[in-house]
Design a protein around this ligand. Structure first.
Ligand SMILES: Cc1cc2nc3c(=O)[nH]c(=O)nc-3n(C[C@H](O)[C@H](O)[C@H](O)COP(=O)(O)OP(=O)(O)OC[C@H]3O[C@@H](n4cnc5c(N)ncnc54)[C@H](O)[C@@H]3O)c2cc1C
Length: 468
């Protein structure tokens, strides 16, 4: 079969690219090796993790907040089987949704593992070993990422006792204790799930801070709040071994600064040390497609690889490993292939940690602005001073707006607090349009809402908050 575009991989990068290209009149095929569409995100990433985060957060609310709100229920308890069924049903409806959208947009889904034979040619090996050849004027690599492991440490991930995020979405029973190696987004989210369900969770992180790369003040506050929820932290700790033990597994680590090795035993260990671009069996070397030192497909600003007609997007290329970044690149490359001007603004890619409370950020951190020598103003507003937050017993956290000292243009926004992941988006829209703290502060916000804390932080950056 011959197509305008053959997309390899049906994650948020690949499936969104395919739909957009089809909407723009191109004939599109998507090659996917998994049984269902949607990639890491829909099958074993964003969607199942958020289903478990939401369910376990409701349990924690019932345990800790209902009484104070005057809602009397019996002693709440987790029903893990139903919780997992909710997660699986959420995944199923999302992956089936992609299949429906493919049909609606007349996109051919081809099951099997794709291998690039050269410009315009992809070999697809089906599960039964049968190989077919698919031709496309353009090929888009959207093969995503896989678990990275711990550099220099051999770890045998069995997805039962020593697990990656995939196994941590599937525990058949709540582990009594869980060590999470890696204090990044995935480790903290899944650590939160199991802590809420009763696990004693210990996070071991190489850096001196959790959520490396996030605004320092935000990361500190997040750690304090998570510690209050029972998560224990070993920071500046280098893991040197992860092994199965008689009961569960043990993790050995030592201070990055040097010193005695320590060992923690736990019923389970989650390896959450990051992900790597996945291009295995894709035939890149044979096709002459260049990769960088971290195995990511090299692309130019138009998502072109060094081989004519071969493009790449999403986790398989450089940049934040986020579903919405992959989606936006999918749209941009489809537009480029249809002769339009596709573009992604990498300065405004929000990032959200779905812990409780949520942590969200967009644009520059204070540390980045300092490093770049940019003079900036800080406007901060705590949720303790927000009426709606008080009514919801959601007073943890704050909003911080960073604006250019001379021009008042908003350069970054950072939020720790209930619904931070939704609130951040007004800062993203403002920044996309080059808006100022004054623009945000003068925009009428509905009362009483959590979004008034964003307005107040903008007021503080521009002049002064009213309500504090
Ligand atoms: C536990 C977890 C939670 C996450 N939560 C979030 C979140 O809340 N928000 C967020 O923005 N991001 C989140 N992410 C990251 C997000 O999942 C990724 O950034 C996103 O899925 C990347 O999309 P992609 O299309 O580039 O690749 P992927 O989603 O990885 O999809 C790639 C697809 O390509 C297929 N494939 C690979 N090689 C071949 C081949 N040779 N032939 C055929 N098919 C192939 C794979 O089977 C896969 O289906 C999370 C990740 C994990 C693991």
């Amino acid at each position: 079969m011959s197509y305008d575009v053959v997309v390899i991989g049906s994650g948020p990068g690949g499936y969104v690219c395919a739909i957009k290209a089809a909407q723009l009149g191109l004939k599109v095929a998507v090659v996917e090796k998994r049984a269902t569409y949607g990639g890491t995100c829909l099958n074993i990433g964003c969607i199942p993790s958020k289903a478990l985060l939401y369910a376990s957060e409701m349990l924690a609310e019932a345990e800790h907040s209902f009484g104070q709100l005057g809602v009397v229920v019996g002693k709440p308890k987790a029903d893990l089987v139903t919780m997992m069924a909710h997660k699986d049903a959420t995944v199923a409806s999302n992956v089936n949704g992609v299949a429906f959208l493919f049909k609606k947009n007349k996109i051919d889904g081809i099951r099997g593992t794709g291998r690039i034979l050269g410009p315009g040619k992809v070999a697809v090996t089906a599960d039964d070993g049968k190989v077919t050849e698919v031709e496309g004027k353009a090929i888009v690599i959207a093969t995503g990422s896989d678990v990275a492991g711990i550099p220099g440490v051999k770890v045998d991930i069995d997805e039962k006792v020593i697990v990656s995020s995939t196994g941590a979405l599937e525990f058949a029973k709540v582990p009594g204790s869980l060590v999470v190696v890696g204090g990044g987004v995935i480790g903290l989210e899944l650590g939160s799930v199991w802590a809420r369900l009763g696990s004693k969770v210990t996070v071991v992180e190489y850096l001196d801070t959790i959520l490396g790369g996030m605004d320092g003040e935000v990361a500190k506050q997040a750690q304090r709040l998570l510690a209050k929820q029972g998560l224990a932290f070993h920071l500046g700790a280098k893991v040197t071994g992860v092994e199965k033990a008689k009961k569960g597994a043990k993790v050995t680590f030592e201070s990055v600064k040097g010193g005695e090795a320590q060992t923690i035993e736990a019923d389970a260990v989650l390896i959450a040390t990051g992900r790597r671009a996945y291009t295995d069996k894709l035939g890149l070397a044979e096709a002459g497609v260049a990769v960088d030192e971290r195995g990511r497909v090299k692309t130019d600003s138009h998502f072109r690889t060094n081989v004519d007609g071969i493009y790449a997007i999403g986790d398989a290329i450089a940049g934040p490993m986020l579903a919405h970044k992959a989606e936006d690149e999918g749209v941009a490359v489809a537009e480029i292939l249809a002769g339009q001007a596709g573009h992604v603004n990498y300065d405004v890619i929000p990032s959200v940690v779905y812990t409780s409370p949520e942590i969200a950020s967009v644009g520059k951190t204070e540390e980045e602005l300092k490093k770049a020598g940019i003079e900036y103003k800080v406007g901060k507003f705590p949720f303790t001073a927000n009426g709606r937050a008080r009514a919801m017993l959601a007073t943890d956290g704050f909003v911080k707006i960073l604006a250019d000292k001379k021009t008042d243009r908003v350069l970054g926004a950072h939020i720790v607090g209930r619904s931070a992941g939704e609130l951040i988006q007004e800062a993203s829209v403002l920044m996309e349009f080059g808006g100022s703290a004054e623009d945000l502060a003068r925009t009428c916000h509905p009362h009483p809402t959590l979004s008034e804390a964003v307005k107040e932080a903008a007021l503080a950056a521009f002049f002064k908050s009213i309500h504090i």
